[in-house]
Design a binder for this molecule. Structure first.
Ligand SMILES: Nc1nc2c(ncn2[C@@H]2O[C@H](COP(=O)(O)OP(=O)(O)O)[C@@H](O)[C@H]2O)c(=O)[nH]1
Ligand SMILES: [Mg+2]
Length: 188
């Protein structure tokens, strides 16, 4: 019998170097790279999470498959020749787990086709480096662009949007960190 899975689709956005790829690797692969290679092509990661039943309920854990999309930072996109997202004509069903086929993912940089499992995103994480005002400015800019886009396309089911401060352990007593956090709290 095929077990049906809830499927959650999350996209991570933010300025170059704010820690998007590291955050995703920590969650999916349990490791955090200590170097920065700018992401120049959107990348899909998958992890199945087992959630225990609610504290007031009995039963088996529930499995949820999470698709996380790592993205190209706007300033990297301006400099690099970036691939465009192309959804094949006529494609309406990207649901993978009723059929258990391998997900379609971009295989080479020479094929300008990028195929996530689904088109609509359920949640966005807008990440910023909490020690850099510029990174927060870019996060706010991305947030405004996202809201405009949802408005333009009259998206009825609004995705969750999380505004997340990263690198908070780096210089927690630093002046810039304190200012950035205060401005971010006011913005949200
Ligand atoms: N101190 C600190 N460094 C981090 C953290 N997350 C990522 N980094 C470092 O920040 C750099 C850029 O990270 P990366 O994930 O490639 O950024 P991206 O361009 O947003 O994908 C790397 O050198 C990471 O090791 C964090 O939480 N704290
Ligand atoms: Mg990256």
């Amino acid at each position: 019998m095929i077990e049906s899975f809830p499927f959650v689709r999350i996209t991570v956005l933010g300025s170059s170097g704010c820690g998007k790829t590291s955050l995703i690797h920590s969650f999916v692969n349990n490791l955090c790279p200590h170097y920065h290679i700018p992401t120049t092509f959107p990348t899909l990661f998958y992890r199945t999470v087992r959630l225990p039943p609610e504290s007031d309920q009995k039963g088996q854990p529930t499995s949820v498959c999470v698709e996380i999309e790592d993205t190209v930072a706007p300033e990297v996109a301006e400099e690099e020749e970036v691939m465009y997202v192309v959804v094949p004509e006529g494609c309406t069903d990207f649901t993978p787990f009723s059929i258990w086929k391998a997900p379609k993912t971009p295989v080479t940089m020479t094929r300008p086709v990028y195929i996530p499992l689904t088109q609509g995103r359920m949640a966005f994480i807008i990440l910023f480096d909490s020690n850099e005002q510029d990174s927060l400015d870019k996060a706010c800019q991305i947030h405004r662009m996202l809201m405009d886009d949802l408005e333009l396309h009259k998206v009825r089911i609004r995705p969750y949007i999380y505004f997340v401060a990263n690198k908070i352990e780096k210089d927690p007593e630093g002046d810039e960190h304190k200012v950035v956090i205060a401005v971010a709290e006011k913005y949200t």
